[in-house]
Design a protein around this ligand. Structure first.
Ligand code: SAM
Length: 268
């Protein structure tokens, strides 16, 4: 497909084009390689607020799969409140952090290392599946993302709920910013972004600068962005029906100004 330069949203396409040569399945290494740096980034999040939302959205009964659980920050709190949870992620290092969190909190739950395209579980075992904080859209193609939705359908019980929490593509396009920075302990984080409109991917270069030593680390992060229209089509094709959509964890309205797209779908 030919896309004329004017059709691109971002002005910093040069480094994006360089990025295209990046190994497609980059996500296998990136989160694993970040380990404790990633833990510092997610520690900025209001996990308690996110879990409060999860608890209102899904039933506490049965077994819940925290798909792409990462450091287990949601699972630990859910487990502490009596929810039967299983964590699954591809990153060995992040699962080690999850295990450390469990031993620190005294609440244990099983974690499984597996790829989201192939769940190592039997049919219809979960009463709910959660996929938090933009963990959907890393796979090399949209059809690979669909494989994951089919696994979610297969392993959910009838009437089971799927909670999907991703970025709102419409918001990102409308409010596109090429650069941003944030500060959290022990880092400054500089973010340089480009939008690849052909693949609907957001490509970000994260530069982490340690405040104490000035040591710098650069990471490329890519994720496929979805509109509500497209995600509804993919969910429906997989057998899941959208019941509710929110723009934030306080059940904010979903609209162009919502940075999150929090979808609650059901297997009917
Ligand atoms: C943005 S992080 C979110 C982690 C966690 N849900 C949270 O909110 O902190 C995305 C997670 O997806 C995992 N992941 C990426 N690709 C995966 C795959 N193909 N199968 C399973 N997990 C994957 C990463 O290892 C990482 O832990």
């Amino acid at each position: 497909m030919i896309i004329h330069a004017g059709a691109r949203v971002s002005g910093c396409m040069v480094w994006l084009i360089g990025m295209k040569s990046q190994k497609r399945e980059w996500y296998v290494n990136i989160f694993n390689g970040m380990g404790s740096d990633w833990e510092a980034i997610v520690n900025m999040r209001d996990t308690v607020k996110e879990v409060t939302f999860i608890r209102t959205a899904i039933s506490k009964r049965g077994v819940i799969l925290d798909l792409c659980c990462g450091t287990g920050r949601h699972s630990v709190i859910l487990c502490r409140s009596g929810v039967n949870v299983i964590g699954m992620d591809l990153s060995r290092n992040l699962l080690m952090i999850a295990r450390r969190r469990m031993s620190e909190s005294g609440f244990e739950f099983p974690v499984v290392r597996a790829d989201m395209r192939h769940f190592p579980f039997k049919n219809e075992v979960f009463s709910a599946i959660i996929n938090m904080f933009t963990s959907f859209g890393y796979l090399p193609s949209e059809s690979e993302d669909e494989k994951s939705l089919l696994e979610i359908f297969r392993t959910l019980r009838k009437n089971g709920r799927f909670l999907l929490d991703v970025a709102n593509r419409d918001h990102i396009v409308r409010n596109f910013r090429e650069r941003d920075w944030a500060e959290f302990e022990p880092y400054y984080l500089l973010e340089r972004r480009a939008l690849d409109l052909e693949d609907s991917r957001l490509v970000s270069q994260w530069t982490l600068v340690r405040k104490d030593r000035g040591k710098t680390k650069s990471i490329i992060h890519e994720v496929r962005l979805y509109t509500l229209t497209r995600i509804e089509q993919l969910l429906r094709r997989a057998g899941l029906v959208i019941e509710e959509v929110y723009g934030g964890y306080e059940k904010q309205e979903f609209n162009l100004e919502a940075s999150r797209m929090i979808v609650l779908a059901q297997k009917r």
